[in-house]
Design a binder for this molecule. Structure first.
Ligand code: ATP
Length: 510
């Protein structure tokens, strides 16, 4: 536990020290669960957005993107179910005065049982060596059988009670499982209550219910209400998708863990419209596509897993999360939801407008079904940052901090450095910088010793550092240093562009 917290603390302090992320309103002592992206962080964030947009929108002929308003008609949230049902069950510990999400307390309890199972498996592996058969072991080991049946029982009880909104029984479940507060250690709980997560404000100069509007808690509804606009003006044929990147706001009960859970965050969502009856096929398709997309980033396939939802949201007939191994453990990074025709039908009902598609192949009108892929941009940022930050021991016994970002996403593609600040080297380096800056985002750095400058670039993930020295003036050659191998190679200036291009986004998209 302490190790996990240390890792997160290291990431938070690295993010601040190098200009990735600052606490919001810091000079006023901050505002809880809001963060600002700094000069390096916003470059990384823009590159992540652009990678998602290119791979989801621009290379798919049948997916287009929009940018809808954050403020929307309040009836949209009635139609979508958010006004009535966008709630989290919360519970307070009377001793620590800390507030928790009841479902998350129970899920953490389940995770602890999973850990016990993993321990048994490790023991088995040690005992049986090469002859170890994990599947068989899981089916026959009495401790594992007992743990699995405990998990099953807890999951079934939680699902039933959440679906029935039976808050008293959720409280009883927490008591029966003897769950204690991680802070106070006590089991002195309040009752469970529902808490709506939407932020509201007033539009115009009138106050009161009639002027009440909400800050959108998801970007998806902006897509649904524009379904017909986009389909007609874009002459889109089903199956097709509409994507959007934008801010969302949720008054989270507990907003800890850095940018993992914030009250203002950004989502990258895509709604894929399909004929009714094809939802199973497309759900499977998007699950596979999305996990492949993640694997390509190179953060390690072992860091991902699927988690099927125990309790389905009111709009879904199938749903899972792609979980990532964050410093705090495996947690949701992306959701894939089969949303049926719920949203479009609800908007038809509440707006009185038809949201249908005429299918020329079937010669009939229908309300399309929808598969949604929804990823939190900030969570993806944290996944990339946390898995890239390393401390490496070098041969000379010293340490270096390395941020091994996927090069295509790095804030700067190259750092241009003159060896010294004299003999015309800065002028030459500036000329190279002024050429390259139109092709890639580059940084010019002439301060401190070369070693220190290399370390600074390693810490912000710049894949290449280009050093201009006296030989450059003679034969137009420079040294180019690779961030990961630290190897330096002498190359002609005219080859720099090709070397950097090899690490470009186009390669990641192929
Ligand atoms: P959680 O269970 O963690 O609260 P969720 O299931 O409510 O998340 P969705 O409604 O499916 O999340 O939202 C889609 C994605 O948006 C999530 O997978 C996550 O990456 C991101 N997201 C949701 N809430 C937040 C938040 N408070 N801060 C940052 N990202 C978030």
């Amino acid at each position: 536990m302490a190790q996990k917290e240390d890792k997160l603390k290291d990431i938070i302090s690295h993010a601040k020290e190098y200009g990735f992320i600052f606490p919001s309103s810091e000079i006023y002592d901050g505002l809880s669960a809001t963060y600002d992206y700094g000069q390096i962080g916003s470059e990384l964030k823009n590159n992540i957005k652009s990678y998602w947009w290119k791979s989801m929108v621009q290379i798919h002929e049948n997916i287009v993107g929009i940018d809808s308003a954050i403020f929307m008609h309040p009836n949209i949230w009635k139609a979508s179910g958010h006004t009535d049902a966008f709630n989290d069950p919360l519970i307070d510990n009377k001793d620590s005065k800390k507030r928790y999400r009841a479902d998350i307390l129970i899920e953490d309890h389940i995770e602890k049982i999973h850990k016990k199972i993993n321990k048994e498996i490790l023991k088995g592996k040690k005992r049986f060596g090469d002859n170890f058969n994990e599947t068989k072991f899981k089916q026959t080991n009495p401790n594992i059988i007992r743990h699995l049946s405990a998990i099953n029982a807890v999951e079934n009880r939680m699902k039933k009670n959440l679906e029935e909104n039976n808050l008293e029984e959720i409280y009883n479940l927490i008591v029966d499982l003897e769950i204690s507060c991680p802070i106070s250690g006590s089991k002195n709980w309040t009752e469970v209550r529902q808490f709506n997560l939407m932020f509201s404000t007033e539009m115009g100069s009138v106050e009161g219910e009639s002027a009440k509007i909400y800050l959108r808690p998801e970007t998806a509804q902006g897509i649904f209400v524009n379904f017909s606009n986009v389909q007609k003006t874009g002459r889109m044929k089903i199956p097709f998708g509409i994507a959007q990147i934008g801010k969302a706001f949720r008054n989270e009960i507990i907003a800890r863990q850095f940018i993992f859970r914030m009250r203002e965050f950004e989502q990258m969502e895509m709604q894929f419209f399909i004929p009714p009856g094809e939802e199973k096929k497309w759900y499977k398709y998007w699950k596979e596509e999305r996990i492949k997309w993640h694997y390509k980033l190179g953060l390690g396939e072992e860091n991902y897993r699927f988690h099927d939802h125990i309790k389905l949201a009111h709009y879904a007939d199938n749903a899972c999360d792609i979980e990532f191994k964050f410093p705090m453990g495996f947690k949701e990074l992306e959701g894939i939801h089969s949303r049926t025709d719920f949203d479009l039908k609800q908007h038809e009902k509440f707006s009185g407008k038809k949201l249908q598609y005429f299918d020329p192949k079937l010669n009939q009108n229908y309300v399309p079904y929808v598969i949604e892929t929804s990823i939190g941009l900030d969570r993806l940022f944290l996944a990339i940052l946390s898995s890239s930050l390393k401390t490496e021991k070098l041969n000379d016994g010293s340490n270096r901090i390395l941020l091994s970002l996927p090069p295509a996403l790095s804030p700067y593609k190259a750092a241009i450095m003159p060896l010294t600040r004299k003999d015309g080297l800065p002028e030459k380096a500036k000329r190279i910088f002024n050429e390259l800056k139109f092709k890639f985002n580059c940084i010019y750095d002439e301060k401190d010793s070369p070693g220190k400058r290399y370390r600074r670039q390693d810490a912000i993930g710049t894949p290449h550092s280009i050093m201009i020295d006296h030989q450059t003036l003679e034969d137009e050659s420079v040294t180019i240093r690779n961030r990961d191998t630290m190897l330096q190679e002498r190359v002609q200036i005219k080859c720099i562009e090709e070397i950097i291009t090899k690490y470009s986004m186009a390669e990641l998209l192929k």
